[in-house]
Structure formats: structure tokens, C-alpha cells
Design a protein around this ligand. Structure first.
Ligand SMILES: NC(=O)c1ccc[n+]([C@@H]2O[C@H](COP(=O)([O-])OP(=O)(O)OC[C@H]3O[C@@H](n4cnc5c(N)ncnc54)[C@H](OP(=O)(O)O)[C@@H]3O)[C@@H](O)[C@H]2O)c1
Length: 293
């Protein structure tokens, strides 16, 4: 594809902000979407639009060659993403790259995985050229624990079961390649880090990177829920507990080679993440104890 114009939804978010940079470095023209007026996004044409306002999405999609679809985790995320995909189809967008999640499937006990599967299925049947990215648990989700990590610990209901967490910068780099090169239409890629790690091991790695003693406390689902009550809406908290139960069953431990296959370099390891983000774990406490989604 020759210098395509790419619409990036969630361009101020975890993956989207890194994707704007990655696309620019590959020579793409980026249209970066935010709901916030007067918030120019460096290196991109900024477009103000809201997934809840279809007319604004139709304007944002006008004239783009490709779109990256990532929505925040909301109760109506599937409906919002499905409407976006319909509008992209109507606008004649040539390529849609959808951010889903590792192990998305319609019969999953995890609501987020069912919602992602619903969107994947809809997009598949629309007939537009699409690629699905299914990232595992984000390493950057650890930043949600920065508040207690600053006090020397973090807790979650997962025990010592390994998970092949992925760095969001690798999701962005992979998405940038998929959006700007050929050979990815109709494919679904599961994105993981280079190995599966346990939370006690993450605590060791963070300790080494920060020079402080950080320990992991296994928590029951009830303790986890009680610690986060009031910080997340009940549906989101229940979904997060379902996510952790899925991790704790060992269902998110496979390592997939897609990041390296697509970007041509190894996926970042948890030690890379810990080194690059060490300062975030030693500075002021964050307002939440748990992971945001
Ligand atoms: N966290 C994980 O470990 C993980 C793992 C796998 C998959 N996922 C998936 O990643 C997605 C969420 O990622 P995230 O939590 O990192 O979120 P995020 O990408 O950081 O999402 C926040 C972004 O959404 C935008 N946004 C919020 N409301 C919007 C609306 N109504 N219309 C348009 N844009 C809106 C915000 O932009 P403005 O405020 O600038 O408008 C912001 O850029 C979910 O689908 C989740 O299932 C997460």
C-alpha cells in the first residue's frame, strides 16, 4: 500500500497513541480520532468524533484507506464497534484492523471475550477486508497497580499461573505493519509476549528494575472485588474477575510468534517493560489499585 491514510480510533489510548507514532514512521498519513476538541495529536490530522455519534464517525471515515478499530471497554462496546464497522463498510474503507482479545469466543465464560467474538463475527460477515488482532493481557496493565506497588506489593486472583502478557507497543507496531502492507487480509493474529510469566515472577522483575522489594499477594476474587469496589462500575469489576479466573485456569499461557513474524523483531519481554517503565512504579501513587480495561 502506497502511503495510505489510516483512521486510528482510541488515538489517545494505550495502543492507539503508540500506533500513531508507528504508522508515521512507516510513512502513513494518520487521521487520529479523539472526542476532545482542541486536543491536537502530534504528527497526525486530528478528527473529533465519538463512537456514540454515528454522524461524527461517518465524517471521520470519509476518504480514509484503512481504519484501526479499538474502543474502550464499555458495556455497549460490541454495539459501538459493530456500528463503526457498518459505517466503514458503507464508506468504502478498504481495510479494517480490529483490536480483539486473546481467546475471544462466543461461548466464553468471560463477557469481554464473548463481546469481542460478536464483533469479530459481524466484521467477518460484512465482507470488507479485515484483519483481527487478539492481544493477551497488556503488560502496561501493571501500571494500574502502581499505587500499591509504590508501597511494595500488588495483588490479584491469579496465584502462580503463567500468562503470556504482551507489551502494547508491540501491539501497535504489529498493527502498523498490518495496516500498511499486504498479505494480512482475512487473518486473525494472537499477540503475546515471548514467554509466559507468573505474577510472582513479575514482582521479581519489577523489584530488579526499580531496586525496591516488590511482592505479589495472591488474592481471592472476593478480596480483589472488595479492594476495587467503588473504583470500577459493578459490571466492569465482574468482567475483570472473569478475566482473572480465565488467566488462573491457565487459559492464557500460550506463546504465539505473530509479533516477531509480522514486525521482524522479537516481542518485548517483561524485563524490557519493567526497565522502560521503572520510573512509573517508583513515582507518586496512582489512584487505582487494579488494572483498568
Ligand atoms: N487491558 C488489557 O489487558 C486488554 C487485553 C486485550 C484486549 N484489550 C481490549 O482493549 C480495549 C480497551 O483498551 P484500553 O483499556 O487500553 O483502552 P484505551 O485504548 O486506552 O481506550 C481509551 C481510548 O478510547 C477513547 N474513547 C473513549 N470513549 C470513546 C467514545 N465514546 N468514542 C470514541 N472513542 C472513545 C479515548 O479517547 P478520547 O478520550 O481522546 O476520546 C481513549 O483514546 C478493549 O476492547 C479491551 O477488551 C485489553
Amino acid at each position: 500500500m502506497n502511503s495510505p491514510t489510516v483512521l486510528v480510533t482510541g488515538a489517545t489510548g494505550t495502543v492507539g497513541s503508540a500506533l500513531v507514532t508507528a504508522l508515521r514512521s512507516r510513512g502513513a498519513t494518520v487521521r487520529a480520532m479523539t472526542r476532545v476538541p482542541d486536543r491536537p495529536i502530534p504528527g497526525a490530522e486530528t478528527v473529533v468524533a465519538d463512537l456514540r455519534e454515528p454522524a461524527s464517525i461517518a465524517r471521520a471515515l470519509d476518504g480514509v484507506d484503512a481504519a484501526f478499530l479499538n474502543s474502550p471497554s464499555t458495556e455497549d462496546a460490541a454495539a459501538l464497534q459493530i456500528r463503526f464497522a457498518d459505517l466503514a463498510h458503507e464508506a468504502g474503507v478498504g481495510r479494517l484492523v480490529l483490536l480483539s482479545q486473546y481467546a475471544a469466543r462466543p461461548d466464553s465464560p468471560v463477557r469481554f471475550l464473548r463481546w469481542h467474538a460478536e464483533v469479530e463475527s459481524h466484521v467477518q460477515h460484512l465482507g470488507l477486508d479485515r484483519t483481527v488482532l487478539r492481544p493477551n493481557l497488556y503488560m502496561q496493565g501493571m501500571l494500574g497497580f502502581a499505587g500499591t506497588i509504590a508501597q511494595g506489593w500488588f495483588g490479584a486472583p491469579i496465584g502462580d499461573v503463567p500468562v503470556s502478557l504482551v507489551d502494547t507497543r508491540d501491539i501497535a507496531d504489529t498493527a502498523a505493519v498490518v495496516l500498511t502492507s499486504t498479505g494480512h487480509i482475512g487473518r486473525t493474529y494472537t499477540l503475546t509476549g515471548p514467554r509466559a510469566v507468573t505474577h510472582p515472577r513479575i514482582a521479581e522483575v519489577l523489584s530488579e528494575a526499580t531496586g525496591r522489594v516488590i511482592s505479589f499477594h495472591d488474592a481471592s476474587a472476593e478480596q480483589f472485588t472488595a479492594a476495587l469496589a467503588g473504583q470500577l462500575p459493578p459490571w466492569q469489576l465482574s468482567g475483570l474477575v472473569e478475566d482473572y479466573a480465565h488467566y488462573a485456569r491457565g487459559e492464557a499461557a500460550e506463546v504465539h510468534p505473530s509479533v516477531e513474524d509480522i514486525t521482524g523483531r522479537p516481542a518485548r519481554d517483561i524485563t524490557d517493560f519493567a526497565r522502560d517503565y521503572a520510573a512509573a512504579f517508583t513515582s507518586a501513587a496512582s489512584p487505582t489499585e487494579g488494572r483498568s480495561r
